[in-house]
Design a protein around this ligand. Structure first.
Ligand code: TYD
Length: 135
C-alpha cells in the first residue's frame, strides 16, 4: 500500500510560517468541505470508517497524532507531526486516528460535502465492499 504524503511549501520569513493550500494545485481534488478536530481526549481513538467516494487530506496543523490506514489487505500507521505535511486518504480506505497530543488540531480537507450514505462504518461490510470492488 502506497502512502501519499504531501509536503506543503511553507512561506517562511522573519515573521514566521505560512502555508497556503489551493484546490487541484496543492490538493488533488476540489475541496468542498473543511473540518477539524481539537480538544481530543487522552486515549481517544476515532474514525473507524471508510468512504465509498470521499477523498481527504489530513493535516495535523498543531500537535501530533497517528493515523492507521487499512485498504482491506494491508495496514499502515502514519504519524502526523508537522503542520506542512498532508496525508492523502483515498476512498475505500479504513481509517482510525489516535495518539492525539493534548494540543492536537487535525484539519481535514474533503472532496465532498458531508453525506452519511457515503460512510462504511462496519469493518466486515468494508471488507465485503473491497472484495466486490476489486480493490
Ligand atoms: P464522526 O463521524 O463521529 O467523526 P470521526 O470520523 O472523527 O469519528 O463525526 C462526529 C460528529 O460530527 C457526528 O455527529 C457527525 C458530525 N459531522 C458533521 O456534521 N459534518 C461533518 O463533516 C463531519 C465529518 C462530522
Amino acid at each position: 500500500m502506497q502512502i501519499i504524503k504531501y509536503m506543503f511549501q511553507p512561506h517562511g520569513d522573519e515573521r514566521g510560517q505560512l502555508v497556503a493550500l489551493e484546490e487541484v494545485k496543492d490538493i488533488p481534488f476540489h475541496v468542498k468541505r473543511v473540518y477539524f478536530m481539537y480538544d481530543t481526549g487522552e486515549g481517544v481513538r476515532r474514525g473507524f470508517h471508510a468512504h465509498r467516494n470521499l477523498e481527504q487530506i489530513l493535516v495535523c496543523i498543531h500537535g501530533s497524532c497517528k493515523v492507521l490506514l487499512d485498504n482491506g489487505h494491508e495496514k499502515k500507521i502514519v504519524p502526523l507531526e508537522k503542520p506542512y505535511e498532508g496525508l492523502y486518504v483515498s476512498n475505500a480506505m479504513w481509517r482510525e486516528m489516535y495518539d492525539f497530543s493534548s494540543d492536537a488540531v487535525l484539519l481535514v480537507l474533503a472532496s465532498e460535502l458531508y453525506d452519511e450514505s457515503d460512510y462504511i462504518r462496519d469493518y466486515d461490510e468494508f471488507l465485503k465492499y473491497i472484495g466486490e470492488n476489486n480493490d
